[in-house]
Design a protein around this ligand. Structure first.
Ligand code: G3H
Ligand code: 13P
Ligand code: ZN
Ligand code: NA
Length: 300
């Protein structure tokens, strides 16, 4: 999936899913756009839902969507977690050793590759710290991925894809108010020059739709000063070596905004299918837009 995206200059959206309605919303968008898609879940998803539910619903969604669908472990903490998700039916895993000292990250990631590749499961590694700009450490070059170290990492671990830090960060507050969003495309280009055809992954890549923020705030929520990655930057990254773009926050915002609005406008409503369904539909629209206009994965 990711090599096809590499060769054809687009990216596959990787959406964090924790329940049936979010899986349905993402799969609906993928079907509409005839786009490949990655459904991903963390170990917190496993704690929330029990993995069997997620795998069963995802497999059903894949059958109905009739497009390529991968089921991916997001931010796997250790080899045991990766094994557990592979045994449960996940088709790829991420091992996140980015917080470890370099040599420990290499050793851990290599051990996961050795295990996973036996089952034909692909592995995503991560190098660099996604602290981003929100904590005021933006000027520190050391947070960004070092391209030479990335080459050494990829060669020694055997990863199938690599998450790098070029200025994105997790959550809804990626830049300070008034600060100009900035991604280090020069690092991305150096990494891809050193490692041709290695699919690159962007974490923390939600765009934080300001209409959804306004909706949440107007309907009793309190999310102020939230800023995401501009869509033009993600489109540019998609045309380059970035082949997988992770989105969780934008789904949370879409779901929360639509549910708040529904309940505000229909205070007598207690049929949860109505308001969760409204969230699901709104989320599907947001995902559809990303596939078509941002990740350029529609009709692939
Ligand atoms: O990067 C983390 C994702 O947003 C997943 O969130 O760990 O709460 O499932 P989670
Ligand atoms: P966002 O918080 O920007 O949606 O990033 C999600 C992510 O990277 C999941 O691994
Ligand atoms: Zn992430
Ligand atoms: Na790409």
């Amino acid at each position: 999936m990711l090599l096809h995206a590499y060769d054809h200059h687009y990216a596959v959206g990787a959406f964090n899913v924790n329940n049936m309605e979010v899986i349905q919303g993402v799969a609906k968008a993928a079907k509409e756009q005839r786009s490949p898609v990655i459904l991903q879940a963390s170990s917190f998803t496993g704690q929330y839902a029990d993995l069997g539910y997620i795998v069963g619903i995802a497999e059903n969604a894949a059958r109905l969507a009739d497009v390529p669908v991968a089921l991916h472990l997001d931010h796997g903490e250790d080899l045991e977690t990766c094994k557990e998700f592979i045994q449960a039916g996940f088709t790829s895993v991420m091992i996140d050793g980015s917080h470890l000292p370099y040599e420990e990250n290499v050793a851990l990631t290599r051990s996961v590759c050795e295990y996973a590749h036996r089952y034909d499961i692909t592995v995503e590694g991560e190098l660099g710290t996604l602290a981003g700009v929100e904590d005021g450490r933006s000027a520190e070059q050391s947070l960004y991925t070092d391209p030479e170290q990335a080459r050494d990492f990829a060669e020694r671990t055997g990863v199938d894809s690599l998450a790098i830090a070029i200025g994105t960060s997790h959550g809804a507050y990626k830049f300070k108010p008034g600060q100009k969003p900035m991604l280090r495309f020069d690092i991305l280009e150096q990494v891809s020059r050193l490692m041709p055809r290695l699919p690159i992954v962007l974490h923390g890549a939600s765009s934080v739709n300001q209409e959804d923020i306004a909706e949440i705030n107007a309907m009793g929520g309190d999310i102020s000063g939230a800023i995401g990655i501009p869509e033009e930057m993600l489109a540019q990254a998609s045309r380059l070596a970035v082949c997988k773009i992770n989105v969780d926050t934008d789904l949370r915002l879409a779901m929360t905004g639509a549910i708040r609005k529904y309940l505000h406008e229909a205070p007598e409503q207690i049929d949860y299918r109505k308001y969760i369904g409204a969230g699901r539909d709104h989320l599907a629209e947001r995902v559809s837009h990303k596939m078509k206009n941002v990740f350029l994965s529609a009709e692939r």
